[in-house]
Design a protein around this ligand. Sequence first.
Ligand code: FAD
Length: 315
Amino acid sequence: MSGPVLVLVAGDAGAPSRAALQAIGAARGLAEALGVPLEGVATADVADAARRYLPHVHRVEAPPHAAGWTAVLAAAQEARAASAVVLSATRSGAAVAPRVAVRTGGALLEDVVTLAADGGAVVGDRLAHLQRVRETVRATAAPAVVTTKVGAFAPADPAAAEGEVADLPLPADPAAPHVTVERTDAVAGDRVPLEEAPVVVTGGRGLGGAEAFDAWVVPLADALGGAVGATRAAVDAGWRPYDEQIGQTGRTVAPDVYLSLGVSGAVQHLSGMNRSGLIVAVDHDPDAPIFAHCDVGVVADAHAFAPALLAALKD
Ligand SMILES: Cc1cc2nc3c(=O)[nH]c(=O)nc-3n(C[C@H](O)[C@H](O)[C@H](O)COP(=O)(O)OP(=O)(O)OC[C@H]3O[C@@H](n4cnc5c(N)ncnc54)[C@H](O)[C@@H]3O)c2cc1C
């Protein structure tokens, strides 16, 4: 197939989500490698913002559930004879992609951390077996339906020129939801979700206890409009919840700014944050491995640095 790469541009409040921008970044690289055009698929509320990143955006109407999106993406793939369909591996992306692969007779490449072309075939790496091994998978059918691991790709920069938006008329599909939401209760505060956060402030064992997170890490994240992260050591000690763990067996993030406090920089931690934009590391040991992987290294006692930074931000 030599049709375009289609990328789903999911969004929130009229703008592509950070995860969607990462999917666009991955899809852009794939389209270049395959030598085919790159096109987006978006609902009306996101289409205008999406064209800052894409040469062409198909505006679609999609029922807001997995069955509806499956029908829309499968029809869009057929209409455009797309060689690949790329989605972010969010919960909804992970629900939609396998169905699209089945509907289109394509190959499913799930949760990839790299995406490339090899001899015209789509290939990617993914982590497997409780994230202990990395394996390379190859699509042997077309189209390739790909989900990109959240945080594994840098968000796309805007393109040099804005693209065009056009309605993509698709055959009506009476897709009905297979699951409906019964009730919604807020469980998190106002803080931005980890994978969407432009800034992540992470604490490690060097902070010495949960109190230091409450006193500095959480307020720093709030002051910077960011989210809180933790190392496995901090999570295992019970200082922070598991869903804040960053690394090989936790979450993968790629914020614009990553600030670590008392984090040594173990390889299993680095794999969850090493695609961040600016990495600032604070550790009192000048030989801490993290200093080989950061843009700005501060050799300091985190218990002195963190309150001073907080005070400076509040001034
Ligand atoms: C299969 C497997 C999966 C793993 N998955 C993950 C994962 O997903 N995420 C993860 O994070 N880890 C993971 N780990 C654990 C990982 O190997 C490290 O043990 C862990 O990341 C270390 O956390 P840390 O940096 O907080 O602690 P440490 O390695 O103990 O580092 C603490 C740092 O704080 C510094 N420090 C101490 N006191 C101060 C102070 N007052 N001021 C400033 N600096 C100070 C020290 O110099 C040191 O560099 C995994 C391990 C395995 C085997």
